[in-house]
Design a protein around this ligand. Sequence first.
Ligand SMILES: [Zn+2]
Ligand SMILES: [Zn+2]
Length: 372
Amino acid sequence: MRTTAAVIRETGKPFELTELELDEPRTGEVRLKFVASGMCHSDEHLRTGDSVARLPMVGGHEGAGIVEAVGEGVTRVEVGDHVVCSFIPACGVCRYCSTGRQNLCDQGAQMATGMLADGSFRFHDDAGEDLGGFCMLGTFSQRAVVSQASCVRIDEDIPFEVAALVGCGVPTGWGASVYAAKVAAGDTVVVFGAGGVGSNAVQGAHFAGAKNLVVVDPVAFKREKALEFGATHVFPDAGSAHEAVVDMTRGQLADHAIITVGVLSPEVVTQATNIVGKGAQVTVTSVGKSTDVQIQLAANGGVVGYQRNIQGHIFGMCNPLTDIPKLLGLYRSGHLKLDELITRRYSLDEINQGYQDLEDGKLIRGVVLHDS
Ligand SMILES: [Zn+2]
Ligand SMILES: [Zn+2]
């Protein structure tokens, strides 16, 4: 079958729209027709070369669509089901899945090659080259063949464009506050970066009961949106936020700093560490350049003396099989804003413009809507 996809062929080059050949699903796999795909910063990390992966790669790892065909042995979904793709598969039986840590599933090992679990590719170009799908998905293609372990069935009344966002950005941000940081009622929380992930860290911290919910972001539009998502104070830079946090906590500093900036730098790690108090935690969600070291802190006073905890996490420590339906339930009950996250919609051939808009600070989330 033929499918049109936005492909990263070489780092530093724009996405290339190409027609590809797509194989039929094999055992345990399904063919999806994507309806909507969120434009996460991680694809941009791949395109710029900040993150290292096997190329060429079909971009996109935040998608929702309809099951069109199933291979042998597929039990989790049926043809016609609406599904969200989790950017991390959840096999259900590995050491991590079976101990409640599906975000660490062993099948995630192929995310950067885009091969499926049997070590082969489903996308091929006309020159005979194999292409992976980012995170074993490739949601910037009209259609893809993916493992059933990547699919979470959802109710049919959930709009695809909001469903797509619960495949990566929403659980990553919301879970950063709720699961990785374990924000508690009355806490003072500082979120660095209020984009597609940070907005959800704000929503998670707000729902968990943060008293002071401080956001640092240089972009005025994102600060305004953060107030809509539950922030109590917003600042353009870490210096003014620090002063205000000293004041509002009577010098005790924040209980949590959550880093959700576009590109992690040593500077933001230092600012976040300095803004939290004794026994407090810095939760690191962002990534930077694969070849750089971003976290280097003084033990004396900084980490040991103040007993500060630095916690990394992936996917907000969420379990996709239970947390994706949970988050959509909170959306339905009005406890989680998802429509408000979408700033602009693009067709697939506008994808480079969309990423330029993200780079220019114009988006909380852009969404690609596929033609059928
Ligand atoms: Zn993502
Ligand atoms: Zn697993």
